[in-house]
Design a protein around this ligand. Sequence first.
Ligand SMILES: NC(=O)c1ccc[n+]([C@@H]2O[C@H](COP(=O)([O-])OP(=O)(O)OC[C@H]3O[C@@H](n4cnc5c(N)ncnc54)[C@H](OP(=O)(O)O)[C@@H]3O)[C@@H](O)[C@H]2O)c1
Length: 289
Amino acid sequence: MQGRVCIVTGATNGIGEVTALELAKMGATVVIIGRNEQRAKATLQKIKSAVMNADVSYLIADLSLMRDVKRVADEFRAKYDRLDVLVNNAGIVSDKYVVTDEGLELVFALNHMSYFYLTHLLMDMLKASGTPSQKSRVVSVSSEAHQVGKPNFDDLQFKNKYSSIRAYGQSKMMNIMFTNELSRRLASENANVTANSLHPGAVRTGFGADNEGLFRLVIKLMRPFFLTPEQGAQTSIYLASSPDVEGVTGKYFAKSKPKQANKNAYVEADWTRLWSYSEDTLKKLGMSL
Ligand SMILES: NC(=O)c1ccc[n+]([C@@H]2O[C@H](COP(=O)([O-])OP(=O)(O)OC[C@H]3O[C@@H](n4cnc5c(N)ncnc54)[C@H](OP(=O)(O)O)[C@@H]3O)[C@@H](O)[C@H]2O)c1
């Protein structure tokens, strides 16, 4: 990975942090994006003390806010002249219905819109950095929770009835649908960029820790059976770096192997519908694409 520049979002904990560390070990230039400066500094220190001469830095953004996504993309462009790998990883589950100050439902905003918008804003750099023999990569961390996430296009942001499981499941379904449509578009342009999504496994991280009630209880009871973050990051690292997947695109992976996602993830009309909805959402916010 020497000479390759990688972004990992949500790299101040869990799966993202291990992904950033392992990419730095392979010699990549790693830019972590976190929402909290102290935590970003701590991750930076952790990586620097584990990897001699690690080329790692951080940028700060609350990725649930599209204005922050835009700002952080601009900051990245000002500092770096290439981007080889974008790992869209930052994600949450929320037991409460929360609307951001931009008016978007929080889980939709962070888990889907930040993937969609950041990828768009940096796509020209990804395209310019890829070559036919070493394509740039967009890796999006989804989840098997997508199985319960058939999108309800009449109410994608749960204005009527919020359910944490359905909101999370739908956002993770969107990660796969977005990846599939992105990959289709890139292939039709012959762009030197691939896009894949993945399920990391059930992993012992900070995920869901600030939730209350049943969800928290289930996570607590199941924790002893979960993978470590080191195990859970393996598929992200594989998709970001392995020569085995050079040129592979539009696939959903688990345990570093392609896997069939739920059949609802393969409805092409829904991919384009989600794409248009996401573009419209940004336009309504006055955000440029
Ligand atoms: N853990 C699992 O079992 C599991 C299973 C399937 C899929 N996943 C997926 O794996 C990904 C990583 O989750 P994880 O398990 O590693 O969770 P985690 O330990 O909670 O880490 C999530 C990361 O996202 C960051 N983040 C949260 N909200 C953010 C925001 N508004 N702006 C910017 N960054 C934000 C967190 O920052 P802070 O450090 O500031 O909190 C943290 O770095 C998620 O997409 C999740 O859906 C996890």
